[in-house]
Design a protein around this ligand. Sequence first.
Ligand code: N01
Length: 555
Amino acid sequence: MAEHPGTKPFTEASNTRAAADTPAVHTFDALIIGAGFSGLYQLHTLREQLGMRVRVLEQGGGIGGTWYWNRYPGARCDSESYYYCYSFDKRIEQEWTWSERYPGHAEIRQYLDFVARRLDLLRDVQLDTKVVGAQYDDDAGIWTVDTEGGERFRAPFLITAVGCLSTANVPAIPGLDRFAGQWYHTGQWPHEGVDFTGKRVGQIGTGSTGIQVAPVIAEQATHLTVFQRTANYSIPARNRPVTAQEIRLTRDNYEDIWRRARSGANGHPFTIADRSVHDVPADERQRIFEEAWERGGLRFRASFRDILVDKGANDITSDFLRAKIRAVVKDPEMAETLTPRDHGFATKRPPIDTGYFETFNRDNVRLVDLKAEPIVEITERGLRTTRREYPLDILVFATGFDALTGPLLKLNITGSGGRRLSDDWSAGPRTYLGLQTPGFPNLFTITGPGSPSVLCNMPIAIEQHVDWITACIGDMRAQGLTRIEAERDAADGWVRHVNDAANATLLPQASSSWYLGANVPGKPRVFMPYAGGFARYAGICDEVAGDGYRGFARS
Ligand code: N01
């Protein structure tokens, strides 16, 4: 990938501070955990708007969050590059140039490096610093954060910017420890890459990640076996270079692009067509679907307004996509195995792809249906199902994440009166607006469960949360307040509203969805993100703030 003028790759070790050089306890006005899109912007606003002393603690050896870890071949964003970026800085908007319609993982890291350098963020980011515990001291009104390296940090405000999909889910399949080959989880991909040349590769998982990685592995490996538990829909991404004209157009129209993104349901700048699947004659509907298929990308979902709320509309849409699988995959039996029958289109997060279904027409690719032959164990030589053993040199887990709650629970957070977040969330997350949890004063969770987060174009969701948190802390400081805590009644009401919003859609009907926590054995089945739409959510947050931070106890 070409270097962008003015940017150099970030030297990963350059900002690491050794525990031995620093005093035992470091005190700040605010601590932020995580240096991805959210942590970096939160640092910028607290520092520049409120003049606060802030430290960002980042587990990785570089900034980038999800894009620091997810470097598997084919990893690129499903949001288009011109709006998968920050909107808060007009200069950055005009100076940065994306090269492809969908940004690849390396280019997104280059973008974040560019932003971090432009805004001089790195001096307050501490890398290689894994948080292992956070406790609130009621008397002092202070959060204490401990790191794996033995450092201790203290601040009145703690803000988690840990992302929603950052805790890798490696399924507990018996025998992994005796596998003689190499194995990798896509979300913890080695920075030096993996050479598949001459290898027999097994891949478990066919979510957004599996659908991106399989075509690339198949091109390089001697043989690829895809182990599929649930068949998935996918829309072609139709990735391509961005043209000079598009760059000019987006730069000239950013104000309008962001206005549209913020006024919609999902933080994307396209609008959902105001027509029902049922109101359009069959041939016209087919034409609309074909056009959306040819254009590619997540916008397919926006072809009609009722795809996600009306079962009949969803069935018709799903049938169109099932027919596409049959049209691409030459072996009819394989096509049928690849065809989702147990859930409707987009009730699980819809992937977009580059040649996924075509991959199964290759001679060196095999599909194993785990519904017909479940995995029994991993052996020294490969993977055994109830039918046979598959010899493998490399096993790739594209098995997703302990989403939304996982990254927060692994921080070992203890709030007021010694209550543990893991206990309070044992039956599922209970937040107010996804921003705070009762019993955890001055703790803010950027894109926390109960907010639109993963149902959105993430930078838009992140900026809305960061701006709200910054304004909230600014207001507290202006009024001489030091403590803010979500009220229990407000959180109970919000949890009910999150459930109602989900139940007004078809989303909870996909029983194997990670939105529900169904992908992690033992995890409570609760629909976690807010499905009521981004614009509506942001409006509620503004109203709450305008009404003296209704539902929050402040003192
Ligand atoms: O994870 P997933 P992902 N045995 O949970 C299967 C975002 N993302 O990493 O469906 C066998 O969706 C599991 O099967 P099932 C995006 O939001 C974004 O792909 O549970 N199989 C499923 O097929 C996305 O939704 C981008 O039955 C097992 C797969 O593994 C989210 O990240 C790119 C299994 C996991 O799919 C997560 O996507 C990539 C087991 N024990 C991801 N356990 C971009 O924007 C799990 N599976 C580009």
